[in-house]
Design a binder for this molecule. Structure first.
Ligand SMILES: [Zn+2]
Length: 309
């Protein structure tokens, strides 16, 4: 499981940072990529990665500000132009209004898609668990921005223990149907009377990963709730230390507030994005250094950077 950042800037694109988008690559887990936000130019950034647009099966939108959604019509249209590739349907999750934005853009531009889009819109009253599959559950909760905006908590279900085939062979179990039974947790008795207890040959289940991806927000308890024990918390850092007042006025956070959220939530790792173009490279090191005084395992991400989870 990896996260690749497609746009890590705030508000408008700069030469170094495009506007918001990131890809949660679940190729090993479910052979899918989930996109979170889709600012203008997201499809151009994708061209610089190994991500294949038809693998993008779900798009989650945090809020309807342009720097988070203006890339959708272009991405969705280009996704249709993949000759010789199977056309796969797509789900879009987001605040009420996202459906009308997408459909209007497609209609007035005369764009027709050869695949289906399923919209899952929500508002303040319909948040909580927004998706459950056999491998993942996704929760959304309202944050505190200038318009309705959510954060997402993606929880991978616990992973089944694996069968220790070598140990089974050593115990004299012949390779074949018995392996399958033991893998399913069934105890078996061999021809020679040896009892094989399945539990002795299956490793303990491993806890699934928790990934928290927040939209734009002031510091709020909802962020902490979404990030509890997260393996990784992705938090905006539009402002730096000392800018708390202006951050609050504009509905955003500072690096220090993001670090406080990570610490309060006992997250394992904090990645800062939504970085203002005002910050030069020396300021970026300072952003990280200051945040690390509150939460040590912090990093300011760059466009196209890939992080293994
Ligand atoms: Zn915003």
């Amino acid at each position: 499981m990896d996260i690749q950042f497609l746009g890590t800037g705030a508000g408008q694109p700069s030469k170094a940072r495009n506007v918001s988008s990131l890809a949660l690559k679940l190729l090993d887990e479910i052979n899918e990529v989930w996109l979170f936000d889709c600012g203008e130019g997201t499809q151009n950034r994708i061209l610089e990665t190994t991500i294949r647009p038809r693998k993008v099966s779900k798009i989650f939108i945090t809020h309807l500000h342009g720097d988070h959604i203006f890339g959708l019509p272009g991405f969705l249209s280009s996704r249709a132009f993949q000759a010789n590739e199977e056309q796969t349907d797509l789900d879009i999750y987001g605040p009420q209004g996202i459906k009308s934005f997408v459909l209007t853009s497609l209609r007035v531009s005369g764009s027709r898609l050869p695949y289906r889009i399923y919209f899952h819109e929500f508002d303040q009253d319909s948040l909580g668990k927004i998706l459950e599959t056999d491998k993942f559950t996704v929760y959304a909760e309202e944050l505190d921005h200038t318009i309705f905006c959510v954060g997402y908590r993606v929880m991978q279900k616990d992973l089944e223990g694996t069968l220790d085939a070598e140990k089974l062979k050593a115990a004299g179990v012949p390779f074949g149907p018995l392996f399958g039974k033991i893998k399913n947790g069934q105890d078996v008795v061999l021809d020679d009377g040896t009892e094989i207890k399945a539990a002795d040959y299956i490793s303990a289940p491993r806890p699934g990963k928790i990934i928290t991806i927040l939209g734009d927000t002031r510091k709020t308890n909802a962020s902490v709730r979404l990030a509890v024990n997260a393996d990784v918390l992705i938090h905006e850092s539009t402002y730096g230390k000392g800018d708390e007042k202006i951050a609050r006025n504009h509905g955003h956070s500072t690096n220090m507030q993001a670090a406080q959220v990570a610490a309060e939530a006992s997250a394992k790792r904090l990645l800062l994005n939504h970085i203002s173009a005002r910050f030069l490279s020396k300021d970026i090191s300072q952003l990280k250094k200051d945040a690390a005084s509150i939460f040590e395992n912090v990093h300011v991400v760059k466009d196209l950077e890939e992080v293994e989870i």
